[in-house]
Write a protein that binds this ligand. Structure first.
Ligand code: NAD
Length: 356
């Protein structure tokens, strides 16, 4: 099995090194090939997503991605900025399903801004549609308003739209994920106001007929935002569109306290995927050896489960992370009194040791 390793910028190379260490310690025969992406791609080949990098990503069974971006590229034209690499990969590989688990390990309950009893033991999965919705809908632009009360004034406009096959495929991903977990799925919409989400609700309800063992409920996005901070443990799997998912998944991320702990997967129709931590390239701490590599290591565990069909190895990695936390080892971002503060490399080594 071939894994494309795309470390990227900032802390990307440091955290990816730890995940590669962990993957190499599993005793599996993975072929891993590294290529530059983001600012590193621009420096090496004049483009954030060089042709050879895209080709490698297309050929591989899975992609392990660090992070891209640095303030020093802010003056480049938009098409050449590092962040375009991730958008290009999603589009070219048709990665339409974004899976973001939000898990709060009991040892880290104090790291959340919410009361420990509200979040301790939290384990939810947010599935966000990633390639449609108002972010990609056409037409869009800025113009002189052609009608309405502000006719003739300058206006900005976007188009929210979802086609039935787009909704069906993300609904299948969500029902199948729920089947493997607590068998509860909440579809988040705004069906009371938006035609697009009235349609979304109808299609999800129809797909539900194929998964009678999963309990489905529907929730408006404003209520979902409230419930996420009021009683997040009531959720099991949430499925929603691109824009609502963008907002809700970041809110859910914060429930767990540290962005350094959150993995993510973006999958195509055949479960080929790109796996990356939910955080960015953290230029403020790059090169200092203090970044938390656990989100990337947990992303590698998701890769083992979803794309490489090695669920038992995924369990091993996740158990090793839990063991390291139980041992009181912490990087700076999750450090608390009474724990041992360690660096990026030491955290990678500790997970490898715990695997054994
Ligand atoms: P960020 O996630 O990089 O950093 C936010 C804060 O969290 C910083 O204080 C950082 O030090 C800290 N942090 C992030 N990851 C950490 C880790 N693993 N361990 C410890 N602390 C960590 O977000 P930002 O500062 O808004 O963005 C920095 C750059 O990253 C920008 O160029 C942005 O465009 C890019 N970015 C890239 C991705 C991606 O590659 N998918 C995602 C988000 C942001």
């Amino acid at each position: 099995m071939k894994i494309a390793i795309l470390p990227g910028d900032g802390i990307g190379p440091e955290i990816i090194e730890q995940a590669v260490k962990v993957l190499s310690a599993l005793g599996e025969k993975f072929e891993m090939e590294t290529a530059p992406v983001g600012g590193a791609g621009y420096e090496a080949h004049g483009h954030p997503l060089p042709e050879a990098t895209l080709k490698l990503a297309q050929q591989a069974d899975a992609i392990l991605f660090g992070s891209v971006g640095d303030w020093k590229y802010d003056t480049l034209e938009r098409a050449l900025r590092p962040e375009q690499a991730i958008l290009g990969l999603r589009k070219n590989l048709n990665l339409f399903a974004n899976l973001r688990p939000a898990i709060l390990y009991p040892e880290l309950a104090g790291a959340s801004t919410l009361k420990p009893e509200v979040v301790s033991g939290l384990d939810i999965l947010i599935i966000r549609e990633l390639t449609g919705d108002i972010y990609f809908g056409q037409p869009r632009g800025m113009r002189e308003a052609p009608d309405g009360p502000f006719k003739g004034a300058r206006e900005g406009f976007d188009t929210m739209r979802y086609a039935e096959p787009e909704i069906r495929r993300i609904a299948h991903v969500a029902f199948q994920a729920a089947q493997k977990r607590g068998k509860r799925l909440t579809s988040v919409d705004k069906a009371n106001v938006l035609e697009t989400f009235q349609f979304w609700k109808e299609v999800v309800t129809d797909v539900h007929k194929e998964y009678p063992e999963v309990a489905l409920d529907h929730m408006y996005v404003d209520n979902a935002a409230m419930q996420l901070v009021r009683a997040p443990k009531k959720f099991d799997v949430i499925v929603t569109g691109n824009m609502f998912g963008d907002i809700l998944s970041d809110a859910a991320a914060m429930l767990t306290g540290s962005i350094g702990m959150l993995p993510s997967a973006s999958l195509d129709a055949n479960n080929k995927g790109l796996y990356e931590p939910s955080h960015g390239s953290a230029p403020d701490i790059a090169g200092k050896g203090i970044a938390n590599p656990l989100a990337t290591i947990l992303s590698a565990a998701m890769m083992l489960r979803f794309s490489l069909n090695k669920p038992e190895q995924a369990d091993r990695v996740e158990s090793a992370v839990k063991m390291v936390l139980a041992q009181g080892l912490r990087t700076a971002d999750i450090h608390e009194q009474g724990c041992t503060r360690i660096g990026t490399n030491e955290m990678g080594d500790a997970v490898v040791k715990a695997l054994a």
